[in-house]
Every structure is written in C-alpha cells, then in structure tokens.
Design a protein around this ligand. Structure first.
Ligand code: KG4
Ligand code: ZN
Length: 340
C-alpha cells in the first residue's frame, strides 16, 4: 500500500510516499528555520503562510522523487495520511486541507495521524522487526512524554512535561547564551568540545512521579550567567556541555527506572531532541549495560518529517481499517494520545 503522507504541524512542510509503512520512496522536508530564527521561536502566523506557499511544490516533489507522475496519482497512491494534531492550528489546517482535497478528488481513504504517534513509530521505518511492548520516550520542542506502548495503539501515558519540554529548554538556553535558533543542535555541537562536569546543574528527577520539569535547570542557567557571564569560547562550551549533561542524565535515569518498573525490554526514542549526540550515546550505552534494546531513528527521522506519519498511518489502518469520513476530520491543536 502506497500512502502519501503530509506533515505540517509546526515549521516543516513535509510530504512523503511510503510503501507498506516502512519503505520510504520519497521524503521532502521544506524547513522554515530561516524565517523563524530571528524571532528565536516559531511564529504561528508566519508558519501558516509558509506552509501555504510550500505545500503544493512539496507534494509535487515528493511524488516526483517517488517516480510517480501527478496524472497517475489515482493509480499509484492508495491512501492519503496527514497530521491531525497536536500542533499549531493554522499550520495543521493547511496540511489537512491539502490531504482532504487530494483524498476527495481521487476518492482515496484518509488516515488522520497524531503527530506524537509519528515520532513514537519513526524507528519502525529502519527496524521492520520491532514489536511492542516497549517504553516510548518522545522528546521534542513541545513534548517530553514517557509512554508504555503495550501494543500498537494501546498506550499508558506515564508522565509528561510540567513546564518546558526538553527541546524548549535547549531553545531557551541557547537564547540566553546568545546562540541561534533552534538551540538544540547548536548547544549539542558546542557541548562536544566542553567539560560536562564544569558546572553542576541539579537533575530534576521528581522522585515518585514520571513527569519531567526542565524549567528549574533553565532558571539555574540564568542565575549562573548573571554571576558568571560567558568569558570565552571554552567557557561557553563548558556551559553547553554541563547543561546538556543534566538534561541527558535526567531523561536517561527516568526512562531506565520506567523499564525496570514496568518490566519492559525495549526503549524507543523519537522527536527532535533524540538527535542529540549525548542522549543517543547515553541511552545506547546504558541499554547495553542493562540488556535493554534501544531504538533511535536516524537524524532525518528524529525531527519533523512526513515519512513517520506515513509509517504510523500504515500501522493504524492495518489495525483499524479505513473508518474516517472526509468531512468529519478536524485538526486538533491540543490532541492527546488516544488508544485505537
Ligand atoms: O520533533 P521536532 O522537529 O519538532 C517538534 O515536534 O517540536 O523537535 C524540534 C526540537 C527543537 O526544540 C530543537 O532544538 C530540538 O528538537 N533539537 C535538538 C537537537 N536537534 C533538534 N535538541 C537537542 N539536541 C539536538 N541535536
Ligand atoms: Zn515533532
């Protein structure tokens, strides 16, 4: 089954053609980073406008890359999937309208996909044999979610972010340090050359809860910078390394506590922050020591992309069939994870 998947929940316009959930025939990602960089964050109105401009060229490009001529859409594409939420309202609408229009014109079934499920199942694209149960850790710009995935579409959400999501903490820290947006990749790069023990930021383990809270580390950084303004490149690298270490240790500690508590043998990471070099290394090493299998997507599938939406859509329709009517589907900016 060839699914054309559309992702527009935030600042990436992405379209992908995915065969049977795992064979990515094409994935096109048009990033808006340049537009939002000067504001140190995504400006919703600008994001919507850029999606409107980009969506048609990106659809054409994705079909073209998959070797499908637009005139053959009906013959070659079996279903259309799109991100229905959570995300920015206007941004989600553009993707939904494009998906509904294509599905309507060519009489194709529509599959609405929760963005979080895209991140949760993105590892399946490169690991066809993975199966639930597993612990899912979604770490992105808007979410830090710890989830027991008992089966496809059967979730027990253990905890989430109480304040800043992991990616948001990186983005805000970068702003305080005078670095560019998005902050995660820049801090990651600088941290590679720094000393992670230079500054001792507290680890917010929140004992007795599976929730996360990163705003304390952010405030600790702010207070540290008031007393100790950045002196030179080495100092900056040390701050980045110490900050990254605190976030990585917190995520790793809580995730391995959860696999022990719920007797799971696999952890799957997803979301932009899972591109972080230290987080990847720490999870893989701790997994090896504790005999827990760790799956982390390649960098292209960590951040927002439509291939993960095509993958999740395939898994969803395999279990639930096509049951969504074109007229009923409304994007939901605050959509939660729901069981299928
Ligand atoms: O999943 P994503 O592309 O969009 C959302 O759904 O939010 O994640 C974007 C977030 C940003 O906050 C960005 O700073 C962070 O992922 N990020 C990273 C890295 N690459 C991207 N954070 C830490 N280290 C990285 N290497
Ligand atoms: Zn995302």
């Amino acid at each position: 089954m060839n699914i054309l998947a559309i992702e527009t929940s935030c600042d990436e316009t992405s379209v992908s053609v995915v065969l049977d959930g795992v064979e990515v025939k094409s994935v096109v990602i048009s990033s808006q980073i340049k537009i939002h960089t000067k504001f140190f964050g995504v400006v919703p109105e600008l994001a919507s406008r850029a999606h409107i401009e980009n969506i048609n060229p990106v659809i054409y490009q994705a079909l073209n890359d998959a070797g499908i001529k637009f005139v053959n859409f009906s013959k070659k594409i079996d279903a259309v999937a799109f991100t229905v939420g959570p995300g920015l309202a206007g941004a989600l609408l553009i993707g939904a309208i494009a998906a509904k229009s294509l599905a309507g014109i060519y009489s194709k079934p529509l599959i609405p996909v929760n963005h979080l499920e895209g991140h949760l199942y993105s590892s399946f694209i490169e690991n066809k044999s993975v199966k639930p149960p597993f612990l899912g850790l979604i770490i992105s710009g808007g979410h830090t979610e710890l989830i027991v995935v008992k089966d496809f579409g059967k979730y027990k959400v253990l905890g989430g972010t109480r304040d800043d999501a992991a990616g948001e903490a990186f983005d805000k820290a970068a702003k305080m340090l005078g670095l560019s947006y998005p902050g995660g990749p820049v801090i990651d790069e600088k941290a590679e050359n720094g000393n992670p023990s230079a500054i001792k930021f507290t680890r917010p383990y929140l004992k007795g809860s599976w929730d996360f809270s990163f705003s304390g580390i952010k405030t600790a950084l702010l207070n540290y910078l008031k007393e100790n303004p950045v002196e030179n490149e080495k100092h900056l690298n040390d701050i980045c390394a110490s900050f990254r270490q605190a976030i990585a240790e917190t995520l790793c500690f809580k995730s391995f506590e959860a696999v022990r508590e719920f007797n799971l043998k696999q952890i799957i990471l997803g979301g932009g922050v899972s591109a972080n070099l230290l987080i990847r290394k720490m999870f893989l090493e701790t997994g090896r020591k504790n005999k827990i299998k760790i799956f982390i997507p390649s960098l292209i599938y960590c951040t927002d992309n439509a291939a993960m939406i095509g993958c999740a859509a395939y898994l969803k329709q395999k279990k639930c069939g096509f049951k969504y009517s074109n007229t009923q589907l409304k994007p939901n900016p605050s959509l939660l994870l729901e069981n299928w």
